[in-house]
Design a protein around this ligand. Sequence first.
Ligand code: SAM
Length: 261
Amino acid sequence: MPRPVGAITRGTTNPNRLRRVDNWIAAHCGDLLRDAPDPLVIDLGFGATPVTTVELRARLATAVRPDVRVVGLEIDPARVAAAAPAADPPGLDFLRGGFELAGLRPVVVRALNVLRQYDEAAVGPAWRAMTAALAPDGVLVEGTCDELGRLASWVLLDGAGPRSLTLAAKLSTLDTPATLAERLPKALIHHNVPGEPVHEFVGALSGGWRDAAPYATFGPRQRWVRAVSAVREAGWPVLDRPARWRLGEVTVAWPAVAPAT
Ligand SMILES: C[S@@+](CC[C@H](N)C(=O)[O-])C[C@H]1O[C@@H](n2cnc3c(N)ncnc32)[C@H](O)[C@@H]1O
């Protein structure tokens, strides 16, 4: 067994806080998992309780394939031991491991609210360690959310590096898309300053939301769809379709938001 790479950090978690990223994984990585001979998914850094790992397994088993295998990895051995009663092998297990992924070869890795407690300089090496351990065509989903999962963002990466950034929000409680800037992935959060592409992108989305205020009478969903349309019309490489926008998401190609400095 390789030595776990990384450091123990705060274990804060909450039931259901990762629902937005889980639903996105089911939609975007579903075919990858359906075609995989071994549909192994790793939840890296599950925290003080394994509740979000249990939920990930349930969601993927229902939406993608019942024989999906989810392994929760934690660098803190006490948290691995505490999670053991929730194990349900072979579909759900908990092991000690870090960014090296414990010698496993997953098709999908979800790493949420893990890197935010590291320095920005740690992001590149952690991304490379995790993507190097993926199965062929495997992907890493790395990001951040708030305590209740109302604001979330994540980066999709494969063996070649980052591919896209997704922002997702509970629209009924969203004041302005600008608040999503507080929950950007570690790779971007310190770049939300004038002159940086991600700052321009969040600004464009917020401007679109402001201009779409008249659509609020039809509900926040219509307003968000209008705002994302405006961003796309302005030339931002929006990758997803209105069906996803209606869920309060927008996914943009990584090169458009990658740090300039
Ligand atoms: C804030 S909790 C996140 C829990 C859950 N993923 C969530 O989003 O609710 C972060 C957890 O990641 C763990 N962690 C930090 N670095 C890690 C690493 N390199 N490998 C595995 N676990 C790690 C910490 O020990 C901590 O329990």
